[in-house]
Design a protein around this ligand. Structure first.
Ligand code: SF4
Ligand code: SF4
Length: 407
């Protein structure tokens, strides 16, 4: 190795634990005696089709880098960044029924996504990444603290004038997040309306900066640390114990990544859908009309696979539905990524849409009228894909369905 790949070096044992049988291409499903392979890695399906684009090949690359058999390059970074960090490879690899698990050479790879993120961060440190579009985004973020090329001062202009939000305190701080603040602010408005109907008092602060998910996923760890430091101070001044978010990416980042970077992190982080599930159970939200139409649900990777929140959205759907709730063919831990994560939407937008079209087709095959989800990022990409192929399916945020069904 001519250039130091520090993080990768630290993970060497885990990297060498891949026994290269290759089940990470898809999930084994069906009876154990007669299983079939269900595609779960979006890059295996929609990338150029080479090994390098799914987990087994990525481990071979990592090994070759550690052995000095290949050199890091911008071309290599192009391959490494074509991955949504969806974590499906981790689920398949760690499935006890996966033949790789019974190989005596197999130790524990544990979390594959941690390794993909470490490789990206090493590539950034040695100047081979970030890629062009990500470079522009990070330069803007360093000044205006959002990845959408918007002004920080416009972060809260979406809040309706007649709407009361607290500057601090209340039942929880609503961390709006960049996508809901600058692009899909119907989601944040809807959540405020639901909270209002349930008698929940939320505070919002204009001082929030991007949660840093895109930075951490894309290897810009230094910028991520700056965002964490700032947000931590803002949260401490907010006089709350709970932080609530509407974005699956913010959720995973605040709940599981911030504690690794902040010593005395003691906030409870909730996704809005968990809060709503609790409020329905406590009878604080009254359902006035059951929602019509066959509904299916897309598990956002950051909420499902990365955070284990599978039941809360399904409980809420079951509470508001009138017609059938149909599971997607690929669901829960073997759900299929929407294609937007891991910086793919900004770095490789056509690829992101192609993957989302696959998910739209699956929802159509299931006979659903409505495809709902609980992440603005997934919503955005799935909606773009539905438009792209003129699908009749309606892509609607679950909070929107809840708001229509309650009083
Ligand atoms: S399933 Fe796991 S051990 Fe098997 S090839 Fe894929 S990453 Fe390697
Ligand atoms: S994280 Fe997702 S896209 Fe990346 S290699 Fe694993 S399954 Fe494929």
């Amino acid at each position: 190795m001519t250039q130091k790949l520090k993080r990768l070096d630290d993970l060497e044992e885990r990297i060498l634990s891949c026994v290269a049988i290759g089940d990470c291409r898809g999930a084994l499903k069906g009876p154990y005696s007669n299983p079939f392979l269900e595609i779960t890695c979006p890059m295996r399906d929609h990338g150029p089709g080479f090994e390098a684009f799914f987990a087994r090949g990525r481990f071979t690359i990592a090994r070759a880098l550690l052995d000095g058999k290949i050199e890091p390059s911008e071309g290599l970074a192009e391959v490494i960044y074509q991955c949504t960090l969806c974590g499906a490879c981790r689920e398949v690899c760690n499935n006890p029924e996966n033949p790789c698990m019974s190989n005596p050479a197999r130790e524990s790879i544990d979390d594959h996504v941690e390794i993909w993120e470490a490789l990206r961060a090493d590539l950034v440190d040695i100047g081979m990444a970030p890629l062009g579009r990500h470079k522009e985004i990070f330069a803007h973020e360093a000044k205006e603290h959002n990845p959408y090329f918007e002004s920080h001062n416009d972060r809260l202009i979406w809040i309706p004038k007649d709407f009361e939000v607290l500057p601090k305190g209340g039942d929880a701080l609503f961390f709006v997040g960049c996508t809901s603040a600058y692009r899909l602010n119907e989601i944040s408005k809807t959540f405020l309306e639901i909270a209002n109907k349930a008698g929940i008092h939320l505070s919002i602060t204009v001082d929030e900066w991007c949660c840093g998910s895109i930075n951490l996923r894309s290897g810009a760890e230094d910028l991520f640390k700056e965002l964490v430091e700032h947000n931590k101070d803002v949260f401490k001044k907010a006089d709350v114990e709970k932080i609530v978010v509407t974005c699956a990416g913010c959720y995973k980042t605040l709940k599981y990544d911030y504690p690794k970077y902040v010593e005395d992190w003691d906030f409870e982080v909730l996704h809005a859908i968990e809060l709503i599930d609790q409020l329905i159970n406590q009878g604080k939200i009254k359902i006035s009309k059951m929602f019509e139409g066959k509904i299916t649900y897309h598990d956002p990777c950051h909420l499902g696979r990365h955070s284990g929140i599978y039941d809360a959205p399904r409980n809420v759907i079951n509470a508001i539905k009138q017609d059938e709730f149909i599971e997607m063919r690929r669901n829960r831990k073997y759900s299929y990524c929407c294609g937007a994560g891991g910086g793919l939407k900004s770095g490789f937008p056509d690829l992101a849409i192609e993957i989302a079209v696959d998910r739209i087709r699956e929802a159509e095959e299931m006979g659903a009228d409505i495809l709902t989800t609980t992440c603005p990022f997934c919503l955005n990409n799935l909606s773009d894909a539905a438009k792209e192929v003129n699908s009749k399916i309606k892509v609607i945020e679950l909070l929107e369905l809840v708001n229509q069904a309650i009083y």
